[in-house]
Write a protein of this length. Structure first.
Length: 200
């Protein structure tokens, strides 16, 4: 069975919804999936200064384990997801990526499939720049980057060639049916590519 790790950060559930749709697509393609949520890295003082953050984090952490080094080693494919933070990746997801230095040093991630997804508040608020910024650590880790291109009709309605995405309008709008269709396609595509890469 092809093993897919979906490691994401989500504060208010938008990126989480994309993650679960990617998991559905991967499972439909025959994958075993681990869904993991990266944990907060800022102080309790900062978290408590933002209404609802602590409660949202506690609810999501009850649903998902934190991603570990062992999860990344286990996986044939690693799919990273993040909400946009000033046009780039969240520090919470980046902290998980940075924890993979030991595996990187041993070359243990070389040749696995890698893919990315994310969400932003506004249509031009940095969705694509966030996904492209995630391509950089994927390359350093030695992952074989799996973009979506326009390889499925869903990409002509939503998403990006770099990965699934959604625009939440300040977290008020969950991913649309079209966004979720792209996400399911991403799960299938990354599973298919990881399966093909495994013998190599
Ligand atoms: C500190 C911070 C920075 C953000 N920066 C951006 C940004 O540059 N562009 C944007 O469109 N949204 C930005 N957002 C909004 C989130 O990326 C957006 O609401 C996202 O859909 C939330 O996803 P989540 O529910 O998975 O946490 C920012 C949010 C925070 C808290």
């Amino acid at each position: 069975m092809t093993k897919v790790l979906i490691a994401f950060y989500s504060r208010s559930g938008v990126t989480e919804a994309l993650a679960t749709a990617i998991a559905d697509g991967a499972r439909a393609a025959g994958a075993e999936v681990r869904l993991r949520r990266a944990r907060e890295v800022v102080s309790a003082e900062v978290i408590n200064s933002v209404p609802g953050w602590a409660e949202q984090a506690a609810a999501l952490n009850a649903k998902y384990e934190a991603p570990t080094e062992a999860d990344a080693e286990w996986a044939d494919a690693i799919v990273f997801g993040s909400p946009t933070r000033f046009g780039s990746v969240s520090s919470e997801l980046k902290a998980y990526i940075d924890s993979l230095g030991g595996l990187w040093f041993q070359g243990k991630l070389n040749g696995k499939a890698g893919s990315v997804f994310g969400s932003s508040s506004t249509p031009h608020g940095g969705n694509e720049s966030t996904l492209i910024s995630l391509y950089t650590p994927l390359a350093h880790l030695g992952l074989i980057i799996v973009p979506l291109g326009y390889a499925d009709p869903s990409l002509f309605k939503a998403g990006t060639p770099y990965g699934a995405s959604s625009v939440s309008f300040n977290q008020a709008t969950p991913p649309t049916a079209d966004d979720l269709e792209v996400a399911r396609f991403q799960g299938k595509r990354v599973t298919t590519v990881a399966k093909a890469l495994r013998p190599a």
